[in-house]
Design a protein around this ligand. Structure first.
Ligand code: SF4
Length: 386
């Protein structure tokens, strides 16, 4: 089962209430970013390029709870930065669990094993481990040799201790679909509950600007990866979002579906773009010029975007907007289609993998580092220990 029945029921009830009340724009998952600092400096990340005083700042537990109550979503995702670097993260998570929120705490898992004892297993808590592929590919993507081994140790420890563990994988140009499929096999064998996969977004601030996927390439890659899927693979993304990635569905983005709250306030318009901030969730909803965003708007920053934070809520909304959408989705949950596709099999068989550039270790934080072969300086990538 991709998510527990109680979670599916809570989310379905919540969305139905929003639809019945005629609310046009409603949030589904709060993206709560309590801090931006990280103990990695991934080449495709757009979050860690802030100056040191911003990287040192963090939301208090009270600020987190206020944002969660203001927004009212049944699910809260905690990305970052690396949430486990926040000294009060156990208190934040416990407070959200006490409020019966389904929490996905996103982590690179470098600190997961040593901090596991600070958390309690709960149906409301899932560690969502960021793993970008098989060992060599992941270490390359996160610019850290040995990162995969440590993350897998964290996963094994969390699974053994009875926690819900899921994974999130971000793919960039050059990803090898055969390798991604082997990666899925490894994760399921390790006992993870379910997996999430999404294309990366072209962050303007990311060090590596050469390896983001355009839409046509994304669809081809995801068709190869997600067609002819194995029976034991479990995904926690909506089935229609997965079809959107494969080019079988078309959705406009609904960025209000996964609003972002950070030390700057409520971010406009989405998790990826920063076109200003609002003090309250309602103010953000009211003051954002939504017509200026999404593929149809012609905004060039949205042209290649297919990320889950913009489009998965669209799939969920479609699911609950008509009987047809409801029935279409119900069938996919009941019968779990494997998407047999000879064309996709041919792509897999003929795929030639690109060779990686040299792997570059991130610094200890004292000196600027060069990540990937695209030269970029990151002055404060590692501020662990605050
Ligand atoms: S298309 Fe992507 S970048 Fe543009 S508003 Fe939607 S989620 Fe944000």
């Amino acid at each position: 089962m991709a998510v527990p029945v109680s979670q599916a029921f809570t989310v379905a009830t919540y969305v139905l209430k929003q639809k019945l009340s005629g609310r046009k724009r409603y949030p589904l998952v709060l993206m709560l970013e309590p801090l931006f600092r990280c103990n990695l400096a991934c080449a495709g990340c757009g979050k860690i390029q802030y100056p040191p005083h911003i990287l040192k700042a963090q939301l208090t537990p009270e600020q987190c709870f206020k944002a969660v109550e203001e927004c009212g979503t049944p699910m809260v995702s905690i990305p970052g930065g690396e949430p486990l670097l926040h000294p009060q993260m156990p208190e934040i998570v416990a407070g959200l669990v006490a409020r019966k929120k389904y929490v996905y705490m996103c982590t690179n898992a470098l600190l997961l094993k040593e901090k596991l004892h600070l958390f309690k297993p709960s149906k409301y808590l899932s560690f969502s481990v960021h793993l970008d592929g098989e060992k060599e590919h992941h270490d390359m993507a996160v610019c850290r040799e040995g990162g995969w081994d440590i993350a897998m140790e964290g996963i094994n420890a969390a699974v053994a201790a009875g926690f819900r563990v899921t994974t999130n994988t971000t793919l960039f140009d050059g990803a090898d679909p055969n390798s991604v499929r082997r990666h899925f096999d490894q994760l399921m064998a390790a006992g993870v509950e379910s997996m999430m996969v999404s294309p990366g977004y072209t962050y303007e601030k990311a060090p590596d600007q050469q390896h983001f996927l355009g839409k046509a390439k994304s669809r081809r890659l995801f068709r190869a990866i997600l067609s002819n899927r194995k029976k034991n693979w479990e995904f926690n993304t909506h089935p229609l979002f997965s079809e959107f990635l494969m080019g079988k569905q078309s959705f406009e983005c609904t960025p209000w579906g996964m609003p972002t709250y950070s030390i700057f306030g409520w971010q406009k318009p989405c998790y990826l773009l920063q076109d200003g901030y609002a003090d309250t969730f309602e103010e953000m909803l009211e003051s954002t010029k939504w017509e200026e965003y999404g593929a149809r708007s012609g905004n060039p920053r949205c042209a290649n975007c297919m990320v889950h934070s913009g489009h998965e809520a669209s799939a969920v909304d479609y699911n609950f907007s008509s009987l047809k959408g409801f029935w279409e989705t119900a069938k996919k949950y009941m019968f779990k289609p494997q998407y047999e596709d000879e064309g996709a099999m041919k792509i897999l068989n003929e795929w030639k993998s690109d060779s990686h550039g040299p792997l570059v270790q991130i610094s200890d934080g004292a000196t600027p580092v060069v990540v990937s072969t695209t030269i970029t300086e990151t002055s404060n990538a590692n501020m662990a220990g605050d």
